[in-house]
Design a protein around this ligand. Structure first.
Ligand code: NDP
Ligand code: MG
Length: 394
């Protein structure tokens, strides 16, 4: 049997590292032909992963770290490269299965390259669906590429829809843990620090998505992601707060029946599902013990304490490229919050101001959207965000 060709974009991150671990668990370099691994700042880990999986090439997105990466790989026979062009060249290399796990809209261009390959594209990078959903979906369709959701909620919905009558779909129920500030008042949230926002109660994730969980911008992105992936109208997408994160999401059908997918709060479940699809391989994750779990609880969403949810619905109603504005303004806000330049509640305020300022113009862009159009609004929203932060501090 020929070995499957695999590439991982963002292999040094939380999702990427879990993917590498699963590949090693399932036979590593003996079982897979690893084409490319990419990272950015963590050169030592990238080199270690490339050696362990005997990758064809390791690429750092940081153009200044090429020599360091080459030195770390000396004697291994593994090629290395640095910078954005090298990243795109690696993404264009034929592969049967690609993991897109770069964080932020930086993942869009490599994801689009991989979408032209005609294999399977496992998509953790939800930002690319939020800022350029139609472009990515159309590119996959045009090249016969199968898009497999890796976000746990969307993997759950994908699994719950398997073999079902899609015409009878009545609603999607996205579960949300509620994050570390689920029970906090607005006044309490105002004082929260980056360290407090990063400490997620259930999931062990990268720092950026952990803060997005605290603001519920993560769920906001996921509402848009669900709309794009499953073609379900916004009014049929509900959010249910479920603090235990055991039910990963649900689908409701016309007969009132609900299909749910359950599992431990461990991203290796969704990554492993995508890696082995359409088979199900044994995964090294905990098994649920229902007697120990005892209670699963549910609460309504609160778009007043968490304006991110309201903003996502406004973006879905506006359409066009307004998602690119929401996403990039959110990234600029997150940078400023992590740097201690703005407070926790300022993040949603910044995004709302960006949408008020450039959202309508971006929403009017609907036809013939290119990567250049998306990056135009991405840049505009970041510039707006940076100016907003600067004005705030005067
Ligand atoms: P991390 O921050 O842990 O990892 C991000 C990866 O992207 C790293 O490999 C990093 O390299 C690389 N990277 C960072 N900036 C750039 C850039 N400008 N260009 C190219 N590469 C870059 O993120 P996560 O693994 O948490 O998240 C990855 C994606 O998966 C995100 O889109 C997130 O929303 C999504 N996701 C994550 C979940 C999770 O549990 N973590 C759950 C569901 C979705 P380096 O570290 O070497 O600098
Ligand atoms: Mg998720």
């Amino acid at each position: 049997m020929t070995r499957r060709r695999i590439s991982i974009f963002g292999s040094t991150g939380s999702i990427g590292g879990n993917t590498v671990e699963l590949l090693m668990h399932q036979g590593g370099a003996e079982a897979y032909d690893v084409v490319a691994l990419t990272g950015a700042s963590n050169i030592a880990l990238l080199a270690e992963q490339a050696r362990a999986l005997r990758a064809g090439i390791a690429v750092t997105a940081d153009p200044n770290r090429g020599a360091e990466l080459a030195a770390a790989l000396a004697g291994s026979g593994i090629a290395s490269a640095a910078g954005q062009e090298a990243l795109l060249e690696a993404a264009a290399r034929p592969a049967d299965w690609v993991m897109s796990a770069i964080v932020g809209s930086a993942g869009l261009a490599p994801g689009l390259c991989a979408a032209r390959n005609g294999g399977m594209l496992a998509l953790a990078n939800k930002e690319s669906l939020v800022c350029a959903g139609a472009l990515l979906m159309d590119t996959c369709a045009a090249h016969g590429t199968t898009l497999l959701p890796v976000d746990s909620e969307h993997s759950a919905i994908f699994q719950a829809l398997n073999g079902e009558d899609h015409g009878a779909l009545e609603r999607l129920l996205l579960t949300a843990s509620g994050g570390p500030f689920r029970n906090k008042s607005r006044a309490e949230m105002a004082a929260m620090t980056p360290a407090q926002a990063v400490a997620h109660p259930n999931w062990d994730m990268g720092a950026r998505i952990s803060v997005d969980s605290a603001t519920m911008f993560n769920k906001a992105l996921e509402i848009i992601e669900a709309h794009v992936l499953f073609g379900v109208p916004p009014e049929k997408i509900e959010v249910v707060v479920h603090p235990q994160s055991i039910i990963h999401s649900m689908v409701g059908f016309a007969d009132g029946s609900i299909m749910a997918q359950l599992g431990p709060a461990d991203m290796r479940g969704a990554i492993g599902f995508a890696l082995n699809h359409p088979a199900r391989a044994a995964l090294p994750v905990e098994r649920l013990d229902f007697a120990a779990l005892a209670t699963l609880t549910f609460e309504a969403e609160d778009p007043v304490r968490f304006p991110a949810l309201r903003l996502a619905r406004e973006v879905l109603a506006a359409g066009g490229l307004s998602g690119a504005v929401l996403n990039a303004a959110k990234e600029a806000a997150l940078d400023a919050f992590l740097a201690g330049r703005i407070g926790f509640l300022d993040m949603a305020a910044l995004v709302e101001a960006a949408l008020d300022s450039i959202g309508a113009e971006a929403a009017s862009k609907r036809q013939g959207i290119s990567l250049g159009d998306v990056m135009h609004y991405d840049r505009k929203a970041r510039e707006f965000g940076n100016a907003w932060v600067a004005a705030r501090r005067v």
